[in-house]
Design a protein around this ligand. Structure first.
Ligand code: PGA
Length: 225
């Protein structure tokens, strides 16, 4: 299986021009790589990047509802209709900063799968995954990300030993299913990628800060192969 490398741009860059430039550089650099590279820009850039840049594009969030009166929300169906293929759900920043609960994440996962999006599902523990699984019938189009918040670059960036990651991967697979890809997230950069892939036994990574620098990100993708 090709590694899945998901770029989580968060609330960056600040201009459409910046988003175009980053996408163009990444596309050129990873063109021949045997990896599923998914760029997840802020919602506002998605239509233009989809139209012009010929890369897999995902969103960083979606609503749990298909339609209706939810001011400021974007439905999974709208994302699918635009041409998005993936959505990141359950990110710890949304839980901590925006009050997103596991019950909300459960509903979002179900809605995204119904809309035929692939879900990049972030968890910090096996217990969280167990809770989420209760309401999600199939993990067929789900990739689980083990992303402890203390490892995220803006929250301390603590290094997690690859053997600890490997142990978590096997525990998470016991809950999600053997064939469900498990990725790692938290300060992954070009230098750490190879060890995380090989010794951490993951099928890819969710990348924040390092995905905003084209050169670094391209090197990271190559080190995942
Ligand atoms: P980081 O972010 O790579 O900057 O730690 C990862 C994430 O929050 O998804």
């Amino acid at each position: 299986m090709n590694p899945i490398i998901v770029a989580n741009w968060k609330m960056n860059p600040q201009t459409l021009k910046g988003a175009f430039e980053l996408t163009k550089a990444v596309r050129k650099g990873v063109r021949s790589a045997n990896a599923n590279v998914v760029l997840c820009p802020p919602y506002v850039f998605i239509p233009q990047l989809l139209a012009a840049k010929n890369m897999e594009i995902g969103a960083q969030n979606c609503s749990w509802q298909e339609q209706g009166p939810l001011t400021g929300e974007v439905s999974p169906r709208q994302l699918k209709d635009l041409g998005c293929s993936y959505v990141i759900l359950g990110h710890s920043e949304r839980k901590k900063e925006l009050g997103e609960t596991l019950a909300m994440v459960q509903r979002k996962v179900a809605a995204a799968l119904t809309a035929k999006l692939r879900v990049i599902l972030c968890v910090e523990s096996v217990a969280e995954l167990r809770t989420l699984k209760k309401k999600v019938r199939s993990f067929k189009n789900v990739a689980v990300v083990y992303e402890p918040s203390f490892a995220i670059s803006t929250q301390g960036g603590r290094r997690v030993a690859p053997r600890h990651i490997a142990a978590m991967v096997s525990r998470l697979k016991k809950v999600a299913g053997r064939n469900v890809p498990v990725l790692y997230g938290g300060s992954v950069d070009a230098k750490s990628m190879r060890d995380i892939m090989t010794k951490g036994n993951v099928q890819g990574a969710l990348v924040g800060a390092a995905s905003l620098k084209a050169k670094e990100f391209i090197a990271l993708v190559k080190n995942a192969l």
